[in-house]
Design a protein around this ligand. Structure first.
Ligand code: ATP
Ligand code: MG
Length: 169
């Protein structure tokens, strides 16, 4: 495996995952470094790897059950070190998505992973965003992670360091 490409900004990092397993591992490391209360918006076209990342995230949060796409049920909940709420807004139009989002009651330690988060607008305070894109290599995905909460940014940087150590060997 090659070392993932990386571009750093103050509040974002761009990396390239070389395989679905690589994406799951990145999710896993993120989950391990999350403290609870993180809100992750996963954005990118169909098949770009959003659910794949959440499968790893769940493992990193200590969830034992397998994660499957919630697109038909809007939300699936999993218990690990904290509660993981996996939400998929694909089937909702923007006004339905906004209504669903505002009616959601969440605990302070819940981790939210929201696919098609763009249905309810851009980065708002405290939210982490992952933009996923296809690459020329059909097994690669470019992922840009952005945040505005510095302590969450620190956790994300540490998780990516761990992930790069694993993927570069
Ligand atoms: N580097 C990669 N990372 C993630 N998935 C990859 C990668 N390379 C290939 N794939 C494939 O792309 C697909 C990603 O599917 P996944 O369900 O995670 O996408 P999604 O973004 O959740 O799609 P949807 O918008 O339909 O919910 C899988 O078939 C996976 O095997
Ligand atoms: Mg999905």
């Amino acid at each position: 495996m090659r070392v993932a490409a990386r571009m750093e900004g103050e509040n974002s990092i761009t990396v390239v995952s070389d395989s679905p397993e690589d994406t799951m591992k990145l999710g896993f490391e993120l989950g391990r470094f999350f403290k609870g209360g993180e809100v992750l918006f996963l954005q990118g076209p169909l098949g770009s790897g959003k659910t794949t990342l959440v499968k790893g995230l769940a493992k990193g949060l200590g969830v034992l059950r397998d994660v499957t796409s919630p697109s038909f049920v809007l939300e699936k909940m999993y218990t690990g070190r904290t509660t993981l709420r996996h939400i998929d807004l694909y089937r909702l139009d923007p006004s339905e998505a906004a209504e669903f989002w505002h009616s959601l009651e969440t605990g302070p330690k819940d981790v939210l992973a929201v696919e098609w988060g763009e249905r309810i607008g851009d980065l708002t305070p405290g939210r982490i965003r992952v933009d996923m894109e296809y690459c020329e290599d059909p097994n690669a995905r470019k992922m840009t992670i952005s945040w505005d909460n510095p302590s969450q940014g620190q956790a994300i940087r540490k998780a990516i360091e761990r992930w790069l150590e694993g993927t570069s060997k």
